[in-house]
Design a protein around this ligand. Sequence first.
Ligand code: ATP
Length: 237
Amino acid sequence: RNSNKLLWVEQLSKCYQNRQAVKDISFSLDEGDIFAFLGPNGAGKTTTLRLLLDIIKADSGIISWNINGKNTRLPSSQEIGYLPEERGLYPELPIIRTLVYIATIRGMDADAARKAAMEWLEKVGLADRAGEKLQALSKGNQQKIQFIASILHKPAFVILDEPFSGLDPINQEQFIEYIKEINRQGTTILLSAHQMPLVERLAKKVFLMNRGEQIFHGELAEIFKTYGHQHILNISF
Ligand code: ATP
């Protein structure tokens, strides 16, 4: 077992009633990776991410984490960030209060959280709206706030479930830059997406799944070689 492995998953399976949502999938992530899950609706991406986070229990398989050099069954909330598929923070709270609140739950000092939050709000062009209620923002801007909430505490690892969904092309471009930036700052990233043209600009490694089954796991370059670049870009997930 390679010591740089941050996450190691073997033969993970999950059945809901009689629906096999995830079937015997195996993959691993190195520290520093940007790793993307791709697949059509119902492929099992969200189920897999929830299994990793221990939100739901696997029927079988191994999930092993090694964060900051220590083995754990599950990282602490300080070590991990999560942008869930179902969006939703506190619509009635001022944006800055929500961000500070969430970061302090995850172990950050309130002053440091406020400073980091203002820096991120500046970066995404929303600093002048810090005191407004979240619900006053557009959908795309709310998604930026929720993204910031998931990474403000500088987790070692972040899971982004469909970060591009519901965004217009301009916002999608911006999210690509934000994700690259947190990765440069040292956060390992696991994301799910439908859009290969976005993923290919971000991810080094991809995992293709369909109907719960693993179709491909490996380097992006390898998938293009195997399936043909144009072909894979045109697959509509
Ligand atoms: P999407 O892009 O639509 O989010 P996905 O790849 O994330 O798709 P999952 O949400 O993991 O897929 O769903 C995988 C399968 O499991 C689907 O057939 C779905 O209907 C089923 N499923 C998901 N959650 C449950 C649940 N709580 N109870 C029963 N079936 C479920």
